[in-house]
Design a protein around this ligand. Structure first.
Ligand SMILES: Cc1ncc(COP(=O)(O)O)c(C=O)c1O
Length: 447
């Protein structure tokens, strides 16, 4: 028992510290959940999901245009994946990744089969996108014996300390004093707002050409790799123009730089191909994959490399939940489903339908300055009357959409002016029509 004086003096100091949760704890009251969860969460509580839909505790239904965190390639509660996981759970959930298991072997074989021909080795001892990217960079550094990493201005390669340091976007780095040195950010192939004020038909890929200058004047003189998202995930759905990656690969080959594709968002069917590299007709030296690999929400990631890049030891880069057997069972089933030609064809058809509808909306609503995308990796850019980025309106569209039952995420964590349409890949044509009809209502309401 605390004395009255003790409690009241504690209460006073708690008031001073403004800690309502500590106060509630002391008084044996149940604190509000917002006071306990470290970061901000919505007031909406989700309780179930099926296909492209997720339902809240008041039974409101939402079409999820973000496929959760762009990871539910097969949507909510995919029955075949769940069955595979249930069967695996009865056999073996986890064993150290030193041993072979059937699910890991199946994922490795399938990834080699569906990736560009030059990629024949799979490193599955990672379980998140950030850590897969870090592993890819370590592989490049070890192989080349060089240091620096080149990435794009608007890249988002993850949120570990290393990936925060090496991604673009000042707003993500601002609070942290000890970021990693050794990376250079260069302008994106963002033709809608070209950094070099060029036109795509006549620019001759100046944005690639200038990377020579960044290397010459801005690097340590020792560049190991360039890491790019083939289409930027968080940075605004920037789709590089045809020929960009060929120019970039040429630069890499000339300079002995390893080209790494972060396909954490674009991989596993999102563009209508297993990997976006195939869409752009280029063979990177390394691809990283995560998100969509887990199909219906399981956590699996992998690094795919050329054979010559092998040799990174387990003690250099392996993690407890890398190669998790249960997640691998989900990934193996997901790869089987997504790699079916008719599955990928559906992504292409549905993606084209959504793009056409969005282009019609662009004609009607002057605040849409660009619609761009490949397959179901689509972005809509919002601008003001002068053509400048209109972030406030972009966020408002997402807010109204949510109220109307459409989950839409915006670029650069709310700092950007692009909203994204990236639903689960299992979306049907009828559901896409519903999605577009609803979106059009939202745009009419805000416009
Ligand atoms: C393109 C890209 N790379 C890497 C990551 C990091 O993946 P994870 O959150 O699994 O670490 C993300 C996550 O949003 C991403 O979109």
């Amino acid at each position: 028992m605390h004395s009255f004086e003790e409690v009241s003096s504690n209460l006073e100091s708690e008031f001073e510290n403004n800690s309502q949760a500590a106060l509630a704890k002391m008084m044996n009251l149940e604190p509000n959940i917002h006071q306990l969860i470290y970061h901000h969460v919505s007031d909406i509580k989700m309780v179930k999901g099926k296909g492209i839909f997720v339902y809240d505790s008041e039974d409101n239904r939402y079409i999820d245009c973000a496929a959760a965190t762009f990871n539910l390639s097969l949507g909510y509660g995919h029955s075949e994946v769940l069955q595979a996981v249930k069967e695996q759970a009865e056999q073996l959930i986890h064993v150290t990744s030193t041993f072979q298991t059937d699910p890991i072997n199946a994922v490795v074989r399938k990834l080699v089969e569906v990736s560009p021909e030059n990629l024949t080795l799979v490193h599955p001892k990672v379980s998140s996108g950030s850590v897969a990217n870090e592993g890819a960079i370590k592989i490049a550094q070890r192989y080349t014996g060089k240091r620096d990493v080149i990435t794009l201005f608007r890249s988002h390669l993850g949120q570990t300390m290393m990936m925060t340091s090496m991604s673009g976007n000042a707003f993500r780095k601002e609070p942290f004093p000890n970021l990693f040195p050794g990376s250079i950010q260069v302008p994106d192939p963002y033709c809608h707002r070209c950094f070099y004020k060029q036109k795509p038909k006549t620019c001759d890929f100046l944005c690639v050409e200038r990377i020579h200058d960044f290397i010459e004047y801005g690097s340590s003189g020792s560049v190991a790799c360039i890491v790019v998202e083939p289409i930027s995930g968080n940075g605004g759905n920037i789709v590089p123009p045809p020929g960009y990656f060929q120019a970039l690969k040429k630069l890499c080959d000339e300079q002995g730089i390893i080209l790494i594709f972060d396909e954490i968002q674009t991989g596993i069917g999102r563009t209508g191909k297993m990997f976006a590299a195939e869409h752009f007709g280029v063979q990177p030296n390394i691809i990283t994959a995560a998100k969509g690999l887990g199909g219906t929400g399981f956590q699996f990631a992998a690094i795919l490399t050329e054979e010559r890049l092998g040799g990174l030891e387990g003690h250099h880069h392996s993690f407890t939940y890398g190669s998790n057997v249960l997640a691998a069972a989900a990934a193996a089933k997901t790869l089987d489903i997504v790699s079916q030609p008719q599955f990928l064809k559906n992504v292409e058809i549905v993606g084209k339908y959504i793009m056409e509808r969005l282009r019609k909306m662009q004609e009607k609503y002057t605040f849409i300055s660009d619609v761009r995308g490949v397959g179901l990796m689509i972005g809509v850019e919002i601008s003001d009357a002068e053509g400048n980025p209109n972030t406030a309106l972009t966020n408002y569209i997402a807010e109204v959409a949510m109220k109307r039952g459409l989950i839409i995420r915006t670029s650069r964590y709310g700092y950007g002016n692009v909203f994204k349409i990236r639903p689960p890949l299992i979306i049907t044509l009828e559901e896409s029509e519903q999605l577009c009809d609803l979106l059009e209502k939202v745009l009419t309401e805000v416009g």
